[in-house]
Design a binder for this molecule. Structure first.
Ligand SMILES: Nc1nc2c(ncn2[C@@H]2O[C@H](COP(=O)(O)OP(=O)(O)OP(=O)(O)O)[C@@H](O)[C@H]2O)c(=O)[nH]1
Ligand SMILES: [Mg+2]
Length: 305
């Protein structure tokens, strides 16, 4: 292991935010990769919040996380920034929206999803592990629910919240198959605006026709960030789901799923880097396998094995 990482880990173990931030950067750059072999999860709840752009995800995190902070919990927020030209600078907006949190000692970090296989950045598994190992009791993960990201969040979060709001086309989103299968809790945000009631009816109708595979009864919670309403109920839903996961044994399954996902995404990332740097006109599948073997042997030698 590099000396720098060793030293950072010492500080990290003593609770140093700056060391944590630096280690996350090393993860993102692919310099610190074997996090899962070095850092243990400490069992904080990973709460994934997804939804359309502008649905109010950051505002909800701001309200919800604050409640946990006020109870003395250690809280982190990880926002996956889609980093498309259209949303460029979106996180700056998040910073403003979550300013209350940063003044209360909440660790806030954004990550670009540009290297993502599927939706979430391939380093996200490692980063979540670093956050968990740091000892945060709640880790909020914000992702924009477009395309694959919706599916990916299920693979990394313990509890998934889907945020829906009136006025941004979510009524149409709801008609798409699959959107409704991902969440444990449905938040109808902007309930101060017209149209929220209709979304609620749609969600409840769809849920009543769907057979869930687990014993968890999916919750629907109405919130308004501008009127500061619904957050007690949302907190209760999040806590109840956490309790359910622990008592039913489902939590272990989710942790296993997360580990599997982290390994697969790391491996796919490796293959992707090899293919991107190869002369693809000539590269055969067997050739790719050979390149991968060469890579594995060189890593093995580097580690002195
Ligand atoms: N009326 C109303 N507006 C809200 C509510 N919650 C959030 N907003 C507004 O909706 C806009 C988007 O809120 P964000 O919290 O940034 O939404 P987001 O889902 O994080 O957005 P992206 O990260 O850009 O996808 C902001 O202008 C908020 O002030 C609410 O409950 N009611
Ligand atoms: Mg946001």
């Amino acid at each position: 292991m590099k000396q720098e990482i060793k030293e950072l880990l010492d500080h990290y173990k003593r609770g140093d935010f700056r060391a944590l931030a630096r280690l996350i950067t090393l993860c993102e750059n692919g310099i610190f990769e074997d996090v899962d072999e070095i850092v243990e999860e400490k069992g904080g709840q990973i709460v994934g919040i997804t939804g359309s752009p502008g649905a109010g995800k950051s505002s909800i995190i701001d309200h919800l996380a604050l409640r946990y902070v006020e109870r003395g919990e250690k809280v982190a927020v990880l926002a996956i920034d889609p980093s498309s030209p259209f949303t460029h600078g979106a996180f700056l907006g998040d910073r403003v929206r979550m300013r209350r949190l940063s003044t209360k000692g909440v660790f806030i970090r954004s990550m670009a999803s540009r290297d993502g296989i599927g939706g979430l950045a391939s380093a996200v598994g490692n980063v979540l592990r670093l956050l968990s190992g740091f000892g945060f009791s709640r880790i909020f993960l914000e992702t924009v629910g477009v395309g694959q990201a919706e599916v990916d969040i299920m693979n990394v979060a313990d509890t998934v919240i889907l945020t829906l709001s009136p006025g941004i086309g979510d009524e149409i989103q709801l008609l798409k198959a699959g959107v409704m299968e991902i969440a444990d809790i449905y938040v109808i945000n902007k309930s101060d605006l017209e149209g929220a009631g209709n979304i609620r009816i749609m969600v409840e109708t769809i849920l009543s026709h769907e057979k869930s595979e687990s014993d968890w009864r999916r919750r629907v919670v109405e919130t308004s960030c501008v009127e500061n309403r619904g957050f007690e109920e949302l907190e209760t839903a999040v806590n109840d789901h956490w309790k359910y996961l622990k008592e039913s044994g489902e939590l272990v399954k989710r942790q296993t799923k997360r580990r599997r996902y982290a390994l697969i995404s790391r491996f796919l990332q490796k293959i992707r880097l090899i293919v991107e740097n190869a002369d693809v006109e000539r590269l055969t599948f067997d050739g790719l396998k050979r390149l991968l073997c060469d890579d594995i042997i060189s890593v093995h030698n580097d580690k002195g094995g």
